[in-house]
Design a protein around this ligand. Structure first.
Ligand SMILES: CC(C)(COP(=O)(O)OP(=O)(O)OC[C@H]1O[C@@H](n2cnc3c(N)ncnc32)[C@H](O)[C@@H]1OP(=O)(O)O)[C@@H](O)C(=O)NCCC(=O)NCCS
Length: 250
């Protein structure tokens, strides 16, 4: 977002994790710059881009109040909330399905993990293969659950000193309800406790009752923060005709 000819007034960064969803993953405006004015002017360009790309909507996790307010004023609606759970780590046994093996993920297995990810998460939450590759390089813990060499679930987490975060837990749809999520969760928590982690956090959707039941069963408590997932449906809004690449504010 450029003010006048040269001054950078702000930036709006988007990521296309799924062909149908354009996610706003970063937004900033310089101090003193009216955020709503600039974001409000940049959004029609983004909407036009989204329509050209045949995306069905724009998404943004509204963790910054100023951005949420601006997007809400532009027709974005909260379609889901992300909540945070916390767990004071303590000794616990590995439980759950013992017929599966849990082992570190290997690079050639990322494709199978991405396929499960697409199957079990809504498009807005997808982790494309390049993000999985990035995770493989930097996660402290990244495992798959296998039943007779067949990948049925995966889990990764990160920690820094005594604080850990369970980033992802997923079980292929046809394998759910068989204790595999429990196995993956308890294996990950035991690994974190061994590494010296004393406080574990994770995020999930407010509406995700199976996941919430699982976490609560193992002592996770909802920390009471709810971040809205803001969504603007591109199919239903009237098409924006402004397809120019730049605009000027005087
Ligand atoms: C959330 C999720 C990981 C749970 O995995 P799961 O393998 O289905 O979990 P479990 O089987 O261990 O436990 C789920 C249920 O099965 C039951 N169960 C456990 N072992 C079982 C067994 N051997 N046979 C039948 N049911 C069993 C549990 O009691 C539990 O019941 P409840 O939900 O009524 O309380 C899985 O549903 C999933 O991948 N969902 C989509 C992605 C997601 O939401 N991820 C987490 C949020 S980030």
């Amino acid at each position: 977002m450029v003010e006048g000819r040269h001054e950078i007034a702000g930036v709006l960064a988007v990521l296309r994790r799924h062909p149908q969803v354009i996610s706003i993953v970063g937004a900033a405006v310089r101090n003193g710059i009216p955020a709503s004015l600039y974001v409000g002017k940049a959004l029609p360009l983004l909407e036009a881009y989204g329509r050209r790309q045949r995306a069905c909507g724009l998404a943004c996790l509204g963790s910054a109040a100023w951005l949420s307010e601006t997007l809400s004023a532009q027709g974005f609606l909260a379609c889901e909330h992300i909540i945070t759970y916390g767990w004071h780590a303590g000794p616990l046994p590995v439980t759950g399905n013992r017929a599966v093996t849990v082992e570190p993920v290997r690079h050639h297995e990322l494709e199978a993990i991405a396929a499960i990810d697409r199957q079990i998460f809504a498009p807005v939450w997808h982790k494309p293969q390049d993000e999985l590759e990035f995770a493989l390089g930097r996660a402290d813990y990244f495992v798959v659950a296998k039943y007779q060499e067949h990948i049925v679930g995966y889990c990764w987490s990160e920690w820094d000193g005594t604080r850990g975060h369970l980033t992802r837990l997923g079980v292929a749809e046809e394998w759910q309800g068989k204790g595999i999520g429990t196995r993956l969760l308890t294996e990950a928590l035991v690994a974190m406790v061994r590494a010296g982690v004393t406080w574990v956090t994770l995020n999930t959707q407010l509406s995700n009752e199976p996941a919430r039941r699982l976490y609560e069963r193992y002592g996770f408590r909802n920390l009471g923060q709810a971040v809205p997932l803001l969504w603007k449906d591109l199919e239903k809004t009237s098409p924006s005709l402004d397809t120019s690449a730049t605009f000027e504010v005087t």
